[in-house]
Design a protein around this ligand. Structure first.
Ligand code: RTP
Length: 155
């Protein structure tokens, strides 16, 4: 009841191509589901170069930018939008540090990855970017607003 008065945010979560190739899609979705957030968008998608460049435009000029664009476009990704109170910061905690060797055990990257350039999952870094990225990766009508039957247990 208290939580229902708080702001519900959106975050854009993406299983990167290494996560898809390694068969980690179910495992990663499961962590957000079990936490209690609400899935409002989900698709398997081959990302075109232009979209990868738009998504990572703030990193243009970094030495790892060209390999990052190659990596993200190297195979299908799984695009998701999750909603909930505090979902952006909580998802970042569930994901763990950018460098998987520094990510805590129990986090997705801490448990499942080794290299920064192969860190299996993306999560928006602010509620503003959550909204921006959801709109960038999903077309109008692809997101689904719904009320979970058991919402009162979590929200
Ligand atoms: P993400 O956007 O994927 O959730 O990652 P992040 O916020 O934790 O990290 P960010 O600094 O925004 O970097 C985006 C992605 O670029 C790759 N990267 N490689 N030094 C490197 O080789 C390096 N640094 C960053 C990673 O795939 C990182 O997730």
């Amino acid at each position: 009841l208290v939580a229902s008065l708080e702001q519900v945010d959106q975050t854009y979560i993406m299983v990167k191509p290494d996560g898809v190739q390694r068969g980690l899609v179910g495992e990663i979705i499961s962590r957000f589901e079990r936490k209690g957030f609400k899935l409002t968008g989900l698709k398997l998608f081959q990302c075109p170069k232009e979209l990868a460049e738009e998504h990572y435009k703030d990193l243009k000029g970094k030495p790892f930018y060209p390999p990052l664009i190659d990596y993200i476009t190297s195979g299908p990704v799984v695009c998701m939008v999750w909603e909930g109170v505090g979902v952006v910061a909580s998802a970042r905690k569930l994901i763990g540090s950018t460098n998987p060797l520094q990510a805590e055990p129990g986090t997705i990257r801490g448990d499942l990855a080794v290299q920064t350039g192969r860190n299996v999952v993306h999560g928006s870094d602010s509620p503003e970017n959550g909204k921006r990225e959801a709109a960038l990766w999903f077309k109008e009508g692809e997101l689904c607003e719904w009320t979970p039957a058991q919402a009162s247990w979590l929200m």
